[in-house]
Design a protein around this ligand. Structure first.
Ligand SMILES: [Zn+2]
Length: 295
């Protein structure tokens, strides 16, 4: 391992699961083995690859086949891509949802912040994917930006039939947080919470998330955690940096990093119904790297 990598690597005190990694991003092209290897060194043992379109969902599943010990993936159409959702799309999604390494429907939801697709197109694609989640009884991996009222309203009408759902990369208001928790949904927290400029509202909110409803994620290659002591030169976030999100959350949740690692990984295993082989009891209390970072 090179010195530069060693310096930026913080090892988690117990196995972590990164529930949102955009491994099909161009920025990771040809680097998948290295990225997974580095994540393992940081004790991020499992990654859920995010599918955001038909092609990226297909690509995500191919990566899972290549690395079945570490990867699972979601299958879905991101709200930004909802304009491409046609009457044929549900059939294509169904083919992919049958894949044994697909663990959730998504990324789906509403994003009225940038409206890359119209709100009508987004709602149509979202509802079609809710129907698929019900048909396949798979959990939902959801995105929401500036669309809480409508997303909550739609979800509420489907909630009794949906197996489970997570609002990934939650950055919303207290009202939104309580609204989603009232629907018994999970909350995904990214490195947004490590941002001392725009993450302060979120920092004050997260203690309201019950520990059995919290999961953590990097959303790599986006959202490089700003609390990293030494940031990589390419400014690219990686699943190996998830322990920085854990560290920040442990301060705001008033739970130890070890407890939080156990809780969030248990939640992710239960939520995505991961196999027992993904539950390693590998605490690393005597590991020299983690001891170094505990100083
Ligand atoms: Zn998202």
């Amino acid at each position: 391992m090179s010195d530069s990598k060693q310096n930026s690597l913080l090892k988690a005190p117990a196995a972590l699961i990164d529930i949102g990694v955009n491994l099909t991003s161009d920025r990771f092209h040809g680097k998948h083995s290295e990225i997974i290897e580095q994540a393992l060194e940081a004790n991020v043992l499992t990654q859920i690859v995010t599918g955001t379109s038909l092609s990226s969902s297909e690509e995500a599943l191919k990566l899972c086949e290549q690395f079945p010990e570490q990867l699972r993936s979601t299958v879905g159409i991101h709200p930004h891509d909802a304009s491409e959702f046609t009457s044929q799309t549900p059939m294509n999604l169904k083919d992919l949802l049958q894949h044994p390494l697909c663990v959730a429907v998504g990324e789906t939801g509403l994003d009225f912040n940038r409206n890359f697709s119209t709100p009508q197109e987004q709602e149509k694609a979202f509802e079609a994917q809710l129907e698929l989640a019900i048909e396949f009884q798979k959990p939902l991996f959801m995105h929401e930006r500036d669309a809480f009222e409508r997303q909550h309203e739609i979800l509420k009408s489907y909630r009794d039939h949906i197996a489970d759902g997570v609002i990934h990369c939650f950055t919303g208001s207290q009202k939104a947080l309580f609204g989603y928790l009232d629907l018994d949904l999970y909350i995904g927290i990214t490195g947004w919470v490590c941002d001392e400029r725009r993450g302060t509202d979120l920092q004050e909110l997260v203690h309201n998330i019950p520990a059995d409803r919290l999961m953590i994620e990097t959303d790599a290659p986006y959202l490089l955690p700003r609390n990293m002591d030494k940031k990589p030169k390419d400014r690219t976030n990686r699943p190996a940096f998830l322990p920085w999100v854990l560290k920040e959350m442990s301060q705001h949740m008033k739970l130890s990093e070890l407890d939080l690692a156990h809780k969030t990984s248990d939640n992710a295993r239960r939520f995505f119904r991961l196999p027992d082989s993904f539950s390693p009891a590998n605490e690393v209390a005597n590991d020299p790297v983690s001891d170094f970072y505990r100083l």
